[in-house]
Ligand binder design. Structure first.
Ligand SMILES: Nc1ncnc2c1ncn2[C@@H]1O[C@H](COP(=O)(O)OP(=O)(O)OP(=O)(O)O)[C@@H](O)[C@H]1O
Ligand SMILES: [Mg+2]
Length: 306
């Protein structure tokens, strides 16, 4: 089975922001069949008919409120699935169910072939190495009393407790370099950094255990446009270098289109449209998707720099 990664200099009708989108394509006359086999074999994340309900109200009158409604989606290894939808549509709840932080009311989430809700604690611990979250607020996500060295190497405390101080320092140096920071950051504290730098530190920590999957929940929404664009470019570069798989949640359709292989659109808990990113943005099937596209203007081409 042959798969090639092809880089396109242009990105449909949108400008190339300096970093080339990378897509996986099967080659040859039976491409569709290979794609099906590839998908079956390689889907890293499988969300199957997942529903999440929460109780509404208390006492005798308690009813159920469905916040994620029968959602099925998958993320192939190496791709970025963009998840979009208005506030409250259930995006974070889906992300938290993939991370095993919220248990589905029904349906199944599998990551790397492991049923997240029914895994043994040993399997879950191994799985937690493979998937790491990056959240919206880079300041809140960092312990203000910890030095950056300790923050980015914190995951080793749990997963590789035998790692000595020199090895941890060496790891921190590699991780910081990967996100565009140097060793001088190690002995400083989070408040000494800008928002963009803090998000780089969060990403460094997320990469510490060499995960396969990053769950990126609005990772640039708290940053101004140009800083956010730099982080998005960094994410794309890291994906290329490390073959990472992303779930990228954002309100910004241009950013989602720029980073994603495919896009899934959520409305009030339901998945209303899924498709290849460029095609979906060029010709959305659903009126709701059209509205989302209209609601977020194009990025200025100067916003994203390589
Ligand atoms: N623990 C909880 N208990 C009760 N309701 C919850 C809980 N977590 C989320 N919800 C509700 O589920 C719905 C979906 O929330 P979720 O955070 O998944 O939306 P979202 O699409 O990520 O929104 P946003 O874009 O604002 O981040 C919301 O109405 C929210 O109030
Ligand atoms: Mg959210």
């Amino acid at each position: 089975m042959t798969f090639h990664v092809i880089s396109f200099g242009a990105f449909g009708a949108t400008p190339n922001f300096g970093i080339e989108p990378v897509r996986n394509y099967a080659e040859g006359g039976t491409a569709w069949l290979k794609a099906v086999v590839y998908h079956r074999l390689m889907a890293l994340v499988e969300v199957q008919s997942v529903t999440k309900t929460y109780p509404r109200g208390v006492g005798l009158g308690t009813t159920e409120r469905t916040v994620v409604d029968n959602v099925t989606l998958s993320i192939d290894e190496g791709e970025t699935l963009g998840l979009v939808g208005e506030s409250g549509s259930g995006k974070t709840t889906v992300a938290r169910m993939i991370l095993g932080l919220v248990t589905p009311s029904s349906g199944m989430v599998r990551v790397d072939g492991v049923d997240v809700s029914n895994a043994s604690s040993k399997k879950l611990k191994a799985l937690r190495r493979q998937m790491q979250p990056v959240f919206q607020d880079p300041f809140a996500a960092l312990n203000q009393r910890m030095k950056i060295l300790d923050i980015v190497t914190e995951p080793f405390r749990i997963h590789s407790p035998a790692l000595g101080p020199n090895a941890r320092r060496a790891e921190a140096s590699i991780l910081l370099k990967q996100v565009g920071l140097d060793d001088s950051a190690m002995l400083r504290y989070p408040h000494e950094f800008s928002g963009g730098q803090r998000q780089r530190i969060n990403i460094a920590r997320a990469l510490a255990l060499r995960p396969k999957l990053l769950i990126l929940d609005e990772p640039v929404s708290a940053l101004d446009v140009s800083v956010g664009a730099q982080i998005v470019n960094l994410l794309r570069q890291l994906q290329r270098e490390h073959g990472l798989t992303y779930l990228f949640i954002s309100h910004s359709m241009p950013l989602v289109r720029y980073l994603s292989t495919r896009i899934a659109v959520m409305e009030r808990g339901k998945l209303v449209e899924t498709g290849e990113a460029v095609a979906l943005c060029a010709a959305p099937r659903e009126e709701y998707t059209r509205q989302l596209l209209a609601a977020t203007p194009e990025l200025p081409t100067t916003a994203i720099s390589s």
